[in-house]
Ligand binder design. Structure first.
Ligand SMILES: *Cc1c(COP(=O)(O)O)cnc(C)c1O
Length: 385
């Protein structure tokens, strides 16, 4: 149930805070497990979407692996009870310290993003007397048709090993003795709703995979990354992403041998809809041009997506219904970019009303900062109200 159903219990709590619908999270995980297990697919949770302890613990209990992008995330995954053998570790800038830590833990695979990194991992593994399991993150040059800040798989992106360097990568693998290739990794972007993008990705992967195999490199795992989108406009109509269509698209389009496993790293689609940012109305005012502004106590430091990606989030007034007016919804931070949205239709807002910024469970709390020395937002869980 969304925060609206709990409005009375939420009214007296200190704002702003994230509200998590734990029932929706569990139902989402059930669907993901049901639809992925049809094809024997393995799902990792992309921890960076939200590393709230209770959310991570639900992921571990559901048996998901973890996809980490820093040494601290690897530590968080393991300390939360995820077996190291289910941890994958990506990132263009892994430090020596982070690599050593992950090697000690015995993670499933490093998703390696450059040939230079491959050499460094080889050296560090040699020093430690360990073999490093690696998957090469290939940048397949697939257009994800999403916002440029969340696109990662095009030819001039900073992520991955360029498809033009594949032959060099294959040559390196044969000379570097301390790395063991376990597979290939791809991740082309986020908030992808067009299944055609995943179909294109699979076709590219089929070609790249075949090329590696023709060069005598055996690939046990193909990791297709994450990126499945959610409905930011109609969260109540589409609380759970279309996992059936997603996994079916991959099953239909990706060529895998019986001994190869397919992995996914889902972040946004697992947690976005279960979270809402709850914030309180402080003031109403008007600009010289007649725009009605509602000032709330939550801002871009709590949820940066609108300011950073021009992202849209549905905003609701939890305290009143009735005739709507058009508002610009702004936070307290001293930045003109601290605007949640313009032209938002809301029932007339009054000081003290709670507004909900919907679909904020992913890349909300995990990107929150203390800019302007604001407090970090709290967390409230539906099953603890
Ligand atoms: C961020 C990220 C993901 C998760 O992306 P979503 O769009 O949230 O599903 C998966 N893999 C890698 C390597 C990432 O960086």
């Amino acid at each position: 149930m969304s925060a609206r159903q709990y409005a009375e219990s939420l009214r007296s709590l200190e704002t702003p805070f994230y509200f998590y619908d734990m029932d929706l999270l569990r139902r989402t995980l059930e669907v993901v497990l049901r639809e992925s297990s049809r094809y024997g697919f393995q799902v990792h949770y992309a921890l960076k979407a939200n590393f709230d302890d209770r959310i991570v613990s639900e992921m571990v209990q559901a048996g998901l692996g973890m996809d980490c992008v820093s040494g601290n995330e690897v530590r968080k995954a393991i300390e939360s009870g995820c077996p190291a053998s289910k941890v994958v570790y990506a990132g263009v800038g892994k430090s020596d310290k982070e690599i050593r830590y992950a090697l000690e833990q015995g993670i499933f695979a490093f998703n390696v993003e450059s040939l230079h990194e491959l050499e460094v991992i080889n050296t560090l593994a040699g020093e430690m007397g360990r073999k490093a399991p690696v998957a090469l993150r290939i940048n397949p040059n697939v257009d994800p048709r999403t916002h440029r800040y969340i696109a990662t798989g095009q030819s001039d992106s900073k992520f991955g090993i360029s498809y033009t360097e594949i032959n060099q990568a294959i040559a390196s693998l044969t000379t570097l003795s301390e790395v063991e290739i376990v597979g290939l990794h791809f991740h082309v972007g986020s908030q992808i709703l067009d299944m055609g993008v995943f179909e294109n990705l699979c076709h590219r992967v089929n070609d790249i995979k075949a090329w590696f195999e023709e060069q005598g490199i055996r690939l046990r795992h193909i990791n297709l990354g994450g990126g499945l989108g959610v409905d930011y406009y109609l969260p109540d109509q589409h609380p759970i992403s279309d996992f059936a269509a997603y996994f079916e698209t991959v099953h239909r389009s990706l060529k895998v041998d019986p001994d190869q496993t397919v992995h996914f790293e889902l972040g946004r689609s697992l947690v976005a809809q279960c979270g809402e940012l709850i914030t309180r109305v402080l003031y109403n005012k008007q600009t010289a041009t007649g725009t009605q502004i509602v000032v709330v106590d939550g801002g871009m430091n709590d949820l940066i997506r609108p300011a950073l990606y021009q992202a849209h989030h549905k905003i609701e007034n939890l305290m009143s219904s009735g005739p709507v007016e058009s508002y610009m919804v702004v936070g307290p931070i001293c930045e003109s970019a601290d605007v949640f949205d313009r032209d938002v239709d809301l029932p007339a807002t009054h000081r003290g009303d709670l507004l909900s910024v919907r679909t904020a469970g992913a890349y909300g709390m995990s990107m929150a900062s203390r800019y302007n020395l604001q407090n970090l937002p709290g967390a409230v869980y539906s099953d603890r109200l």
